[in-house]
Design a protein around this ligand. Structure first.
Ligand code: SF4
Length: 199
């Protein structure tokens, strides 16, 4: 035959209530949202920022809003990215894309050198930035000269090329877009000048 646990008296239950329940604990001044809800392991955790030995500033590379960032680094390597609270643009905040900048900076898949694939080849080869810039300038000039149309058959002036197009990134600011438009449309006669922000 099972034995029933002894019935507790009113005084004992009141003492337990005062000791364990959240309202009396809060009335006594104990913050029930902190210690009572804290896991033991969380007491051993420290913010990543504490490990930084240097903080630099940067601008989010993703869009033209231009949110300011703080880049925390240790031993010359970034360990964390946050919004800069001093910026009137973002006031310390970052959207999910900007908050993921740390992954962009440190991803092993990020290309940090120029690669070139010869027409018809299946493999990429590494080239210098100077070589890549000369190659681009050469091809732009050659294509422009080959496809430039000065006049229509009836003599109407055109001065344009449909052989080259430009797609700008969303981080380009007003001044950069102004120069791009001047060079590509006014200088080279390109018609197709677009920007990611409009797509
Ligand atoms: S992508 Fe987000 S964090 Fe980056 S500049 Fe634009 S709004 Fe700001």
């Amino acid at each position: 035959m099972s034995r029933q646990p002894p019935r507790r008296g009113l005084a004992e239950r009141a003492a337990e209530f005062a000791r364990e329940w959240s309202v009396p604990r809060q009335l006594r001044g104990a913050d029930h949202r902190r210690e009572a809800a804290e896991a033991a392991i969380s007491r051993t955790l420290r913010p990543r920022l504490e490990e930084a030995d240097r903080v630099g500033t940067s601008i989010c590379p993703y869009c033209a809003v231009g949110c300011a960032q703080l880049i925390y680094a240790r031993d010359g390597r970034p360990i964390h990215v946050e919004g800069d609270p001093r910026s009137p643009v973002n006031q310390g905040t970052l959207c999910p894309k900007g908050a993921a900048t740390f992954g962009l900076m440190t991803s092993p898949m990020r290309l940090d050198r120029c690669l070139h694939r010869v027409p018809g080849a299946t493999a990429w080869r590494e080239v210098t930035l100077d070589w890549a810039m000369d190659r681009i300038a050469h091809l732009v000039r050659r294509t422009r000269d080959e496809t430039f149309v000065k006049d229509l058959p009836d003599g109407t002036p055109l001065n344009h090329t449909l052989g080259i197009a430009s797609m700008g990134g969303a981080t380009l600011d007003n001044e950069e877009n102004y120069l791009i438009k001047k060079l590509f449309s006014g200088g080279l006669g390109m018609v197709f000048v677009e920007n990611q922000a409009r797509v």
